[in-house]
Design a protein around this ligand. Sequence first.
Ligand code: BTN
Length: 237
Amino acid sequence: MKLIHFDVIASTNTFLKDNYQNYQNFTFVSADEQTAGKGRENRRWSSEKGKNLLFSVLIKDKKLIEKYKTLSIISGYSVLEVLKEYGLNNISLKWPNDVYADDKKICGILLEAVSKQTVECLIVGIGINVNQKNFDKEYTVMPTSIRNQLNSCIDLEKFKTDIYSKLTHNFKLVAEDYDFYNQIKQYDYLKDKEVFALISNKKKLVKVLGINSDYSLGVIADNKKINLETGQISFSL
Ligand code: BTN
């Protein structure tokens, strides 16, 4: 295993972006604390020191780089599989990047690419709330953690190796063209919900049909079926 751990770092994603040339495919960088943890859409990712799993995986495999569109949801599915093994119930995948437990966010994923003429590597950054009990009230969707869901503390080191093994196993299957769609579609959190989506820069209320086999999201907007490719989607009240 290629595991690197820091007590404190700005961001595990930024570390790999700056240093990817020195590390191999599937290097896993984790930290107890991030001083500039990044979320999607320029948001911060905050986490109590030593309580949660904060990590990034470096992807250099050309076959996986070609399949970049599938990697967020397959990463989320891999986290979901491990959470199920730990006994969590009612977990789902909120397309394209989040894992939910009982309508609360338990894991967020930030996929970044380093490009020159072509894409040199991908960095899959994942934050999983493990043993944190209390969260700020500022969130639009309330966070939860494994501890809050199970009412018991988790061995973070063991959880980390379980996640690493599952992710690398599933990424290798993706590289061999294994299709996760039938598994993934059973956990589609947004299916049949009404949500706001940003389409051509306009915020529209859409009805979600569900995740398609190419991992785009089918929705009905203005009485027409369209497929959304990116994650510009937020909840209706
Ligand atoms: C989101 O839901 O907005 C994505 C959050 C991703 C957070 C993780 S924590 C480890 C890695 N390093 C970062 O700076 N961000 C990701």
